[in-house]
Design a protein around this ligand. Structure first.
Ligand SMILES: Nc1ncnc2c1ncn2[C@@H]1O[C@H](COP(=O)(O)OP(=O)(O)O)[C@@H](O)[C@H]1O
Ligand code: SF4
Ligand SMILES: [Mg+2]
Length: 330
């Protein structure tokens, strides 16, 4: 039986601000099995980072709140844990590579000390062994002069170097689950490839589960087993990676992949989808993609379709694939 590592179920994370409620994550369900890499894709503002911050329970400094749903790690709820228990899980069982690297390195400690402390705490290595492991990890993420970097402070490094330190730190402690939020966006292509390879290696050697948030469909194709497509705080499509590229269903996914068929043409390559993600305080009442969808029908403006799993664990939230008449009766 497949062992479930992370189960996010019907998660709702809302922000309460002056402008009203922002339903950043509005009923999201994502499962990551043991040893599996799940990609989470979608444009900016779709709720990908808020989903991962909810898992890590790192919303304290924001006006955000988990208002409903459950998050389980190895079958145990994370939402009932105390901050102290949560701190033991972060960096140990679950490690996260953040989109904003500077916020997660402590500016007053040298890189070496921060890496060593994490390794000593989580892997219970002595100082000497921890130092060797730290330098080794810095080398593995492609940092030049790893030994010198150990004695430097975060502000002495460039943004790209800091990001690599964060990646080294996240991977150094052999987490059971790695959440990587756009981990390589800021890095150049060669380093990016190196980091992705390192993630693959971690997964192959330690059977690590990975939730990989990315804009880059090439990265998804290369790295992921399964893909979850998010739009405006909801999951709109989910399937194995092969099916998603071969047979995307949701108009949004098709737009992302750039293969929406146009009248009179075979397949037109699209660079992007026209229009914008809706303003969170002013969501359309029916399907949230309707204002940008060329297939929008009457019902789309009235009622949000459900995420319906059809065959082969391929799920899609779109009226084109659902019984509209039945829905209108209720
Ligand atoms: N700290 C915050 N305060 C208020 N709103 C926020 C905050 N963080 C994120 N949001 C809102 O939540 C929504 C989802 O954001 P996010 O998860 O960062 O998107 P993504 O990672 O997919 O680009 C956005 O509308 C964003 O404005
Ligand atoms: S439900 Fe309607 S508007 Fe939404 S994606 Fe499907 S066809 Fe387009
Ligand atoms: Mg984000």
């Amino acid at each position: 039986m497949t062992e479930k590592m992370l189960e996010i179920e019907d998660l709702k994370t809302y922000f309460y601000g002056d402008e009203g409620v922002v339903k950043a994550v509005d009923g999201v369900t994502i499962t990551v099995n043991k040893g599996e890499t799940v990609g989470v894709v979608g444009e900016s503002g779709c709720g990908k980072s808020v989903t991962s911050l909810s898992v890590m329970r790192l919303l304290q400094d924001t006006p955000g709140e988990i208002v409903d749903g459950s998050i389980k790690f190895e079958g145990k709820s994370l939402l009932n844990l105390s901050e102290k228990e949560m701190r033991m899980i972060r960096g140990n069982d679950i490690a996260m590579i953040f989109q904003e690297p500077m916020t997660s390195l402590n500016p007053v400690y040298k890189i070496g000390k921060q890496l060593e402390e994490a390794i000593k705490l989580h892997l219970r290595y002595d100082k000497k062994k921890a130092r060797i492991h730290a330098v080794n990890m810095l080398n593995l993420v492609g940092l030049p002069r790893a030994n010198e970097v150990m004695n430097e402070y975060p502000h002495q490094l460039s943004g790209g170097m800091r990001q690599r330190v964060m990646i080294a730190m996240a991977m150094a402690c052999n987490p059971k689950l790695l959440i990587a939020d756009e981990p390589t966006t800021a890095l150049d292509v060669t380093i990016q490839a190196q980091i992705l390879e390192l993630m693959q290696q971690l997964r192959n050697e330690s059977n690590t589960s990975i939730m990989l948030i990315t804009h880059d469909l090439g990265v998804v194709a290369e790295m992921c087993d399964r893909v979850v497509v998010m739009y405006a705080g909801e999951v709109v499509e989910e399937s194995d990676v092969y099916t998603l590229f071969e047979n995307p269903k949701h108009p949004y996914t098709k737009g992302l992949i750039g293969s929406v068929p146009k009248l009179g043409q075979d397949v037109e390559k699209l660079d992007s989808i026209p229009g914008n993600v809706p303003i969170p305080t002013n969501m359309p009442s029916g399907c949230k993609f309707a204002p940008r969808c060329e297939f929008a029908m009457d019902i789309c403006w009235k009622k949000d379709p459900v995420l319906l799993e059809t065959n082969d664990k391929h799920a899609c939230r779109c009226w084109l694939y659902q019984d509209q008449e039945k829905a209108l009766e209720v």
